[in-house]
Design a protein around this ligand. Sequence first.
Ligand SMILES: [Fe+2]
Length: 138
Amino acid sequence: MAVIEWKDIYETGIVALDKEHRGLVEEINRLYEAVRDKRGEDVLEDILNMLTTYTVDHFQHEERLMAEYGFPGLEEHRKVHGELIEKVAAMKARAQEETGDLARELLKFLRVWVLEHIVDVDKRYGIFLESRGGRFIE
Ligand SMILES: [Fe+2]
């Protein structure tokens, strides 16, 4: 496992959303470095709080643009976002009670979830939104 290097394949084509995705990848890398240096538990709370804010702000941003331009896959996409919101809430609850290696577990989960979500699910709105609103819609 290593830090995630941003690749062109991760770009949805919508500049504002790509910027937010890059920010999220940076946070995952911050968690990675902490886990690697055996201080994962030190940043766990911080990362979970960031994720809570991120999932609200970023997901709302994506869903607002999808709604604004009439993207047909909106409901399906919203469900997938809901699953991550639940997962983060569950992790947060566990972090209050457990002293296990939650940071490592969160890291593994986020790496897979975020990259798969961006490449598989988010890219579906990319071409649609770009063709209707252009790359610079916010
Ligand atoms: Fe998404």
